[in-house]
Design a protein around this ligand. Structure first.
Ligand code: ADP
Ligand code: MG
Length: 692
């Protein structure tokens, strides 16, 4: 009955139903889960005589006088003004650009106002307060004398009408509602039952109960979400993949031929990957490691395990430059190695290759052992003879859909997904709870931490001087700009023009290159190659260099207009230097204005630790922004917040694992309501519940 359309509720016609639809609400149950965005405590109103500047208040007052004027900017905006008062004093209220308000704000009208009190010409006033009329005849206990919910309004509703609608629905349906959380689970975690929770999330009896309701509903949401992840993981483990031969001469020769020894962290992670590859279960492992921690070589060794087992491997990188770099590096590392009396055969698939058809054929016939490429690897007409291992580098640069495509080209191949955006462990569980997780938590020995400095725009020449000093030692440097073409409006310099300027000015005695996304790929590759071969000293670039580029002789980076970059992005950019044994310098040039930008730059100066930076970034931006819209999951959470409720999240995950271990398809009686709820919220999981 809760799955009935809201159209059947009194007071909802087709028009209102439609405006609810736009907010994702179709059914009565979804209406009950349409939570307030905040509350107002209207049990006691603040008195006007007691208001203090800078605080937010709810007051109850009567309109004493009203008026409207246009600002000096003539029609640019209008100002509607009302003097309001209670028995203790008067207050002025101002609304911008809402001239129609004049009609409503009649002298004598009784209002509830909510807003921040500010000082204007020595008087206190509220700017753009939210307000509601109090109807004198309407002694409505829904809108005053209690903690009142405030909703994001679907069109066609006022706060009052929506409160009334939801209250009616609660009154009618709560007595009949069944709790999807089994009783024993609820009592284990001291959770309120569903009816009480829904009542108190909308119309809290008091604040502690509101909090309990919030906790219970968050737990439910976490649990449903974790169930989907754990389910996916369980179903995957039932799939039979390939048993790989994980030790052998090829791998040993490769490792002993490296110019360095693997770090302890690399060895540990490699062991985890090998264990997965040796088993017949299909692997899906996320490899996290800070920039420069040496993920590529670990992935390469895993590819060799597939090859020495007689299969093919694929390595997907987000850009052509990066694919090419991996291809060249791995080719040179494989120099001189043989397997079964022959050399290994690598293929590069990036962009519009002339040799594409030949390469396709070689991959199809199994002549190529390892193919490295961009998303070009996803093309339908590329098929493998026997693909058993896949690496996806810098996974956040691919969409979820894209990541799912490559494995379809093999028979449940093992998949290694790599990311240099470290995520705090508990959060990684929420987002990637269907994956196994490995972490390289150590940089190669002998790395000296990068020094990060911050200069004002005015002091740019000081930054240049530092760079020149490095160049004179035979080292190389990057200068990064946020845009290709300069923007006068935003007052930021662009890479293209600065390249020309620096080349004939500040850096005229050096060899400069330019690289950005609007250049032809051939030109990009050329510049990259020249820089790598030390035919260039200084590379002027955009954030196209953000991921992967690995040139240990580059020890210096200037990031111009650094405030234009996000924190994680800055960290990735900075990761292009400090890759060898030399001291590296990163110089952030910025006249940061906003608090947020200042916080970001301060975090960069203070730390080189990617995990720490990621946590800061999360804190500054919040989870939605941090993970971006491409990531599944977090965007769908309505009430729960993994950052604020980590303990609850952990508890929910443990319960999800326990539940599914005991009842893999949630078929037992006490779990059926939960299953129904899960399928309602995530219908795409129907298949996972039933199949397998
Ligand atoms: P990322 O994890 O950022 O992808 P890379 O795999 O590109 O890092 O490695 C960064 C650099 O460190 C490369 O030049 C790589 O050859 C080198 N490297 C990797 N592992 C080690 C190690 N154990 N000791 C020294 N250098 C290493
Ligand atoms: Mg990398």
């Amino acid at each position: 009955m809760q799955t009935t359309s809201i159209q059947y509720l009194k007071g909802i016609g087709p028009r209102r139903a439609k405006s609810f639809l736009a907010r994702g609400v179709h059914t009565i149950e979804e209406l009950l889960y349409y939570f307030p965005r905040r509350y107002e405590d209207r049990r006691n109103f603040a008195r006007i005589s007691e208001l203090k500047e800078g605080q937010i208040y709810t007051i109850k007052a009567q309109v004493l006088a009203g008026g409207q004027r246009n600002s000096w900017r003539r029609r640019a905006f209008s100002i509607t003004e009302a003097a309001v008062g209670d028995s203790t004093g008067k207050l002025s209220c101002i609304w911008f650009n809402q001239p129609y308000l004049k009609e409503y704000l009649k002298v004598g009208a009784l209002l509830i106002l909510y807003g921040k009190v500010e000082r204007y010409n020595s008087r206190l006033q509220m700017n753009n307060p939210e307000f509601e009329f109090l109807d004198n005849q309407d002694n409505d206990s829904l809108n005053v004398g209690r903690i009142v919910p405030v909703y994001t309004l679907p069109s066609g509703f006022s706060q009052r009408s929506l409160r009334r609608l939801i209250k009616n629905a609660l009154d009618e349906f709560l007595p009949k509602i069944n709790d999807p959380l089994p009783f024993d689970l609820r009592s284990r975690h001291h959770l309120l039952n569903l009816a009480q929770s829904l009542l108190n999330i909308h119309f809290p009896q008091d604040l502690p109960l509101q909090k309990q309701a919030h906790t219970r509903l968050s737990f439910e949401e976490f649990l449903l979400f974790q169930l989907t992840l754990v389910l996916r993981k369980l179903r995957r483990k039932e799939k039979i993949g390939t048993r790989h031969l994980v030790s052998g001469k090829l791998i040993e020769d490769f490792i002993s031929g490296l110019s360095f020894t693997l770090t302890v962290a690399q060895q540990k992670v490699l062991a985890e990957i090998k264990a997965d590859m040796a088993s017949s279960q299909a692997m899906q492992r996320l490899l996290q490691g800070d920039v420069g921690s040496g993920k590529t070589v670990v992935a390469t060794i895993a590819c060799l395990a597939a090859i020495q087992s007689g299969y093919q491997a694929a390595f997907m990188a987000p850009t052509e430059i990066l694919a090419r770099q991996h291809y060249e590096k791995i080719t040179s590392q494989l120099e001189g190695l043989t397997f079964n009396g022959r050399k290994l055969r690598l293929g590069l698939l990036a962009g519009q290759d002339q040799q594409k058809q030949k390469l396709y054929q070689d991959v199809r016939e199994g002549i190529i052992d390892l193919v490295i490429g961009t998303h070009a690897l996803l093309q339908e007409d590329l098929s493998f003879k026997s693909l058993s291992f896949i690496v996806i580098d810098e996974q956040h640069k691919f969409g979820v859909g894209q990541r799912a495509l490559l494995p379809k080209k093999g028979n449940n191949p093992d998949v290694l997904i790599m990311t240099a955006t470290p995520i705090p462990r508990t959060l990684a569980i929420t987002l990637y709870g269907d994956l196994d997780i490995s972490v390289i938590n150590q940089l190669p020995l002998g790395r000296i931490p990068i020094k990060t400095l911050q200069f004002n725009q005015q002091a740019s020449n000081k930054a240049y001087a530092l760079v020149k000093e490095e160049l004179n030692y035979g080292r190389q440097a990057y200068i990064i700009y946020p845009v290709i073409e300069e923007s006068y409006a935003l007052d930021i310099a662009g890479a293209k023009k600065m390249f020309t300027e620096l080349k004939s000015g500040e850096f005229k005695e050096f060899r400069l290159g330019l690289i950005h996304g609007k250049l032809k790929t051939r030109e990009q590759n050329e510049a990259m190659l020249k820089f790598k071969n030390k035919q260039l000293d200084l590379l002027v670039a955009t954030s196209i260099l953000e991921v992967g580029i690995d040139i240990p002789n580059a020890t210096c980076m200037i990031i111009a207009s650094a405030q234009r970059f996000g924190l994680s992005q800055l960290h990735q950019l900075r990761g292009r230097i400090g890759r060898g044994k030399l001291q590296s310098f990163c110089i952030l040039v910025s006249d940061a204005q906003t608090e947020e930008a200042k916080a970001r730059l301060a975090a960069m100066v203070a730390s080189v630790d990617g995990f720490h930076i990621a946590e800061e970034d999360l804190r500054i931006r919040g989870p939605g922004e941090f993970f971006g819209s491409r990531q599944h999951g977090l965007a769908e959470l309505k009430i729960a917040n993994p950052l604020m409720q980590m303990q609850l999240l952990k508890a929910a995950r443990e319960e999800a694992i326990g539940l599914l271990n005991q009842d893999a398809r949630l078929e037992e009686r006490p779990h059926q309501l939960l299953k129904a709820k899960l399928l309602q919220r995530f219908p795409e999981y129907e298949k996972l519940m039933l199949v397998g």
